[in-house]
Unconditional design. Structure first.
Length: 419
């Protein structure tokens, strides 16, 4: 009997059910719209329903959520220059992982995270040394294939190793659900989540290579002498002749513009249960957007990047306070939540969700794909005119969207102010 797993509209593609299957009857494959979804081989399935039993979406009551009212948020960055320069913003994950992999430790330590592969895909991998840390740094605007990683983590924990696992919120939830309620097993597990804005289709990065006439993406964010502020959201491509080319501004880059539309994210991302102020992970990391609007902005100013850090649990607090190379400044929820709505709500459902139309878009000429994915023109002057015209037609839609976000924000801040 085929297992009753979440539908493709609700599945997040975390692949923990793949690891749970003892008969290898489940695989993670791309669907027609290039999203990673579960395929069941009914010839191999024996109806044990283990995949259903451990699914975090089917059993949300098993997950422990931390009380955000007890959390002291921080702004900060790594003071180790070689780490922050390779990181997306403040280099917090890089620094915590660097400390975690201290070779002087007596117990074996492993770090898990998403790594950009030479074939252009992103996969979760295990590292055991500081020399491998660069593989996990920087942003990746693709979904990470995490097949097999939950089994590996469980094996390492049973061996007595100490684990630091990083991922997006649904992957963290998937790991906890996969490991079950054995507190002895999770005692040496630490988790870090990156604030997620939704998972785009794999078609975006492939279309980007065609648009840019490139061989592969080398990096999704680039820091140079201009630093982090308004300049690091620039992609670096390896061209067909082997040259590496970094876009001058992110507004000229197809993939980054298309990603920011959030129109071609997985459908489940618009109803994500983990875009909630009560988090599942030990630590949540995000870019500190809105720091420059704070009356305390001089305390937050850092040329190479600023992160928001919320240590959601005692384990998270221990990770943060155990590092001697982090510059930390106490901040408050109200200073960063207005610019980071995914802390407390999913991508707004008033955004156009074109997820089920991608296979049709890909049959169109490349120039037409570029226009639709970007939802605008590549010429900045025409694009500005397009947005002005579209805003007139979408006036009431935008008003409803803004009202809903403000309502969620107010409710969240009221909750956080409760004693």
């Amino acid at each position: 009997m085929k297992p009753l797993l979440p539908s493709s509209d609700h599945c997040c593609g975390c692949a923990s059910c793949v690891d749970a299957c003892p008969k290898k009857a489940l695989t993670l494959e791309e669907d027609e719209n290039s999203f990673l979804n579960i395929r069941v081989d009914e010839n191999k399935c024996v109806g044990c329903h283990l995949c259903e039993e451990q699914c975090h979406l089917l059993h949300p009551e098993r997950l422990q959520r931390h009380d955000a009212r007890k959390v002291q948020p921080w702004a900060g960055w790594s003071t180790r220059k070689e780490l922050i320069e390779k990181s997306a913003s403040g280099g917090i994950f890089a620094q915590l992982a660097y400390d975690f992999l201290n070779p002087d430790r007596t117990e074996q330590h492993y770090v898990y995270g998403a790594a950009l592969q030479s074939d252009g895909n992103v996969r979760h991998i295990e590292i055991a040394s500081r020399q491998q840390l660069s593989l996990l740094l920087n942003s990746k605007y693709q979904q990470s294939d995490s097949q097999g990683i939950y089994t590996k983590v469980r094996t390492r924990l049973k061996e007595g190793a100490v684990i630091l696992f990083s991922g997006v919120p649904c992957q963290i939830a998937a790991l906890y659900s996969f490991l079950g309620s054995d507190s002895a097993l999770t005692e040496k597990l630490y988790t870090i989540e990156v604030l997620c804005h939704g998972v785009p289709t794999q078609a975006l990065y492939r279309t980007a290579l065609r648009v840019e006439k490139a061989k592969r993406i080398v990096s999704y964010r680039t820091k140079d002498e201009r630093g982090w502020i308004n300049n690091n959201n620039r992609l670096t491509y390896e061209m067909q002749d082997g040259r590496e080319v970094t876009k001058k501004k992110h507004v000229y880059d197809f993939l980054f513009r298309a990603y920011l539309e959030f129109s071609f994210s997985r459908k489940n991302c618009f109803q994500c249960p983990y875009a909630n102020i009560s988090r599942v992970s030990d630590v949540t990391l995000a870019d500190f957007w809105g720091w420059d609007k704070s009356p305390r902005k001089e305390l937050y100013r850092n040329h190479l990047g600023i992160s928001v850090i919320t240590p959601n649990s005692p384990k998270g607090e221990a990770l943060l306070q155990g590092s001697r190379e982090l510059h930390l400044v106490e901040t408050s929820w109200k200073e960063f939540l207005p610019q980071n709505p995914n802390f407390y709500m999913p991508n707004n459902h008033y955004l156009f969700a074109g997820a089920d139309k991608i296979h049709r878009i890909q049959q169109m000429p490349l120039w037409c794909q570029k226009f639709i994915f970007q939802n605008g023109f590549s010429n900045r002057y025409l694009n500005e005119a397009y947005k002005r015209v579209s805003n007139v037609f979408l006036f009431f839609k935008h008003r409803r969207e803004e009202a809903e976000v403000k309502q969620h924000l107010k409710a969240t801040l009221d909750y956080l102010n409760e004693s």
